[in-house]
Structures are given as structure tokens and as C-alpha cells.
Design a protein around this ligand. Structure first.
Ligand SMILES: Nc1nc2c(ncn2[C@@H]2O[C@H](COP(=O)(O)OP(=O)(O)OP(=O)(O)O)[C@@H](O)[C@H]2O)c(=O)[nH]1
Ligand SMILES: [Mg+2]
Length: 302
């Protein structure tokens, strides 16, 4: 799989602006995708902002495997530090869950309110920067916290293109920021997982390979779903970590869904698109793509 490089101009510009804005913020909420909590973090960005206290928020938890999400929260809680104050998971489409985030963010910053009170100063809203890689639900979270559809949201990555302050009542001022990916993605596995999750623009992705990557993960971690969703029985002897076997499985799915080109050939491009769309919408079920206690074996480069 060729190296993907998707670091458009607005990301480079925003990275600089984020560094400049950080001193005006009291706290950070870093969003990452609950289905791939390591690969969906940007170490470069975190290094630039490292001195601020922050909450790590695993978003889209309604799409992730709940058992694995609980394990990941535990994993990050064990890494708590002076800066990493809270670790939570959220379905940002659910207002009750958003309210829990609001309460935790207030509690984490109560000391600022207490300090202002003790000095007889006016209590100002807590200023929170929301950052994270593209499409991890930053703008959605902000709209939930301010209870208005003010920030633009879309199922495509790279929608927010500039920094934008929004007021949430008297409690918070929230800085919506553009999602910033790493300029270079290191491994095939990382590219595949980010591609599946929707963090990289589909136009720059080899969709068939990404869909094969999804098949590889599902066949290793959730093999039962092939029978449940497509009535395909996996061969227990087969090695589903290769491009060849995953291609074959994708072809079987195409046949099963009757996605066929003229001449009776399975249409892999359309099948890949359909599989990825349904996965991202949660229509296939709740799945995690990355496991802290198990390695997925991915195909080597093509
Ligand atoms: N199922 C589910 N979908 C979510 C959740 N949070 C956000 N979304 C969806 O994810 C997509 C991306 O959300 P945005 O809020 O635009 O993401 P963003 O991080 O602001 O993206 P950029 O501005 O491109 O960096 C939208 O289709 C949202 O509806 C969640 O917790 N669960
Ligand atoms: Mg956004």
C-alpha cells in the first residue's frame, strides 16, 4: 500500500495557530476515536500543547465494542499525569452523555472558579480548546455543549478549517479547531485504521485496500460477523491476514450483496465503498479496530 500523505494547507496553518492560542486556554479536551484510540491521536500536536491540563475523550463510543472501550479507558487512566486529568468515552449524539462531559470539565476546572471567588474577582467562563484529528467529533461535541448547531458538522473529514471561539452560556468558551493529522503516517496498519474510521479523505484513499484491511481486522477479531451478516463461513485453516485472502472475502461479500459489474465480475470498488459506509454508520455492528493487548496481523505492503 502506497504511503498516504494528506496534510492540506489549512492543517499546517492551524497547527501554528493552535500553538499561538494555547496560552489563552485553561484546559484542553482532546478527542480521539474510541475504535482506534492510539492511531487517532496526533503525538506532534500533543507535544506542541504539552503543558496544558487536558481530558482525553474517546468519541463515537456508540460505534466501538464496549468491552474494548472499557479496557482502553483503564489503559489511559493508568497513564494519568499532572496534565492528563480525565479520561472518558462519549457518544456525542446523546445529550445525557454530553452533560457528563460538561460536569467533568467543570469539576476539573473548579479550582479556577474557587481562586477567582477567593480573590473577589469576577468569575469568567472556563476557556477550553477542543482538538483532535479530523472527523473525531470536535464540532459535534461543541454543538452538544452549547446546545445549538453553531459549528459546522459533516461526515467528511477536514470540515472545520479555522479556529473559532463559541460561547456555552456562562460556563465555557470553547475553541473549535480543525482536525490535524500527522504529516506522515508511519505504518500501513495506521493508514488502514484511519482510512476505515473516516479520518482521511476518501479521495486520497485506495478504497479496496482499506476495505480489505477492515476485512482483515474483522476476520481476526470478530469472525462470526461474516456468517451473521453475509452467510459466509470462514475457513478455520485460512490465514486471513493476507491481501489475497481478504480480497477473496471481499469478492464473496460482493457476490452475496449482488454488487456485480457487466460480465458478471464482482465490483470491488462499489463493495468497498458500501462496506466502509455501513461500517462508519455503525450498520454492521459495534467494532473496535485496535486492541492494546492483542496485535492484529496486517498484510505486508502490496
Ligand atoms: N455515531 C457517532 N457519530 C458521531 C459522534 N460524534 C460525531 N459524530 C459524527 O461524526 C462526523 C464528524 O463529526 P464532526 O463534529 O464534524 O467532526 P470534527 O472532529 O469536527 O471534524 P473536522 O472538523 O473535519 O476535524 C459527523 O457525521 C458526526 O455526526 C459520536 O459520538 N457518535
Ligand atoms: Mg469540525
Amino acid at each position: 500500500m502506497a504511503k498516504i500523505n494528506w496534510f492540506p494547507g489549512h492543517m499546517a496553518k492551524s497547527l501554528k495557530e493552535l500553538k499561538n492560542s494555547i496560552s489563552a486556554c485553561d484546559y484542553i479536551i482532546e478527542t480521539c476515536d474510541a475504535r482506534l484510540p492510539l492511531s487517532s491521536r496526533n503525538p506532534k500536536l500533543n507535544k506542541a500543547l504539552q503543558d496544558k491540563r487536558y481530558m482525553l475523550l474517546l468519541t463515537k463510543s456508540d460505534l466501538a465494542d464496549p468491552i474494548q472501550t472499557a479496557k482502553w479507558i483503564d489503559f489511559f487512566l493508568r497513564q494519568k499525569s499532572d496534565n492528563l486529568i480525565s479520561v472518558m468515552a462519549v457518544n456525542s449524539l446523546n445529550q445525557t452523555e454530553i452533560n457528563k462531559i460538561r460536569i467533568r470539565a467543570l469539576a476539573d476546572n473548579q479550582y479556577i472558579i474557587d481562586r477567582a471567588k477567593s480573590r473577589g474577582r469576577r468569575i469568567k467562563p472556563i476557556r477550553i480548546m477542543i482538538n483532535g484529528i479530523p472527523n473525531t467529533g470536535k464540532s459535534t461535541l461543541i454543538n452538544g455543549l452549547i446546545r445549538k448547531k453553531s459549528a459546522k458538522v459533516s461526515n467528511r473529514p477536514g470540515v472545520t478549517r479555522s479556529l473559532n471561539w463559541l460561547r456555552a452560556g456562562t460556563e465555557f468558551e470553547l475553541l473549535d479547531t480543525p482536525g490535524i493529522l500527522m504529516p506522515k503516517l508511519e505504518t500501513v496498519a495506521e493508514q488502514i485504521k484511519l482510512g476505515i474510521s473516516g479520518a482521511i479523505k476518501d479521495d486520497v484513499l485506495p478504497l479496496i485496500e482499506v476495505a480489505c484491511g477492515l476485512v482483515v481486522i474483522l476476520a481476526q477479531q470478530y469472525p462470526q460477523i461474516f456468517a451473521d451478516l453475509y452467510e459466509i463461513k470462514l475457513n478455520k485453516e485460512a490465514d486471513y491476514s493476507t491481501w489475497l485472502t481478504s480480497h477473496e472475502l471481499l469478492e464473496k461479500i460482493a457476490v452475496r450483496l449482488n454488487i456485480i459489474k457487466s460480465g458478471g465480475v464482482p465490483d470491488l470498488e462499489r463493495t468497498a465503498r458500501r462496506l466502509l459506509t455501513e461500517f462508519r454508520q455503525g450498520k454492521l455492528g459495534r467494532f473496535t479496530l485496535e486492541f492494546f493487548d492483542q496485535e492484529i496481523v496486517f498484510p505486508a505492503s502490496l
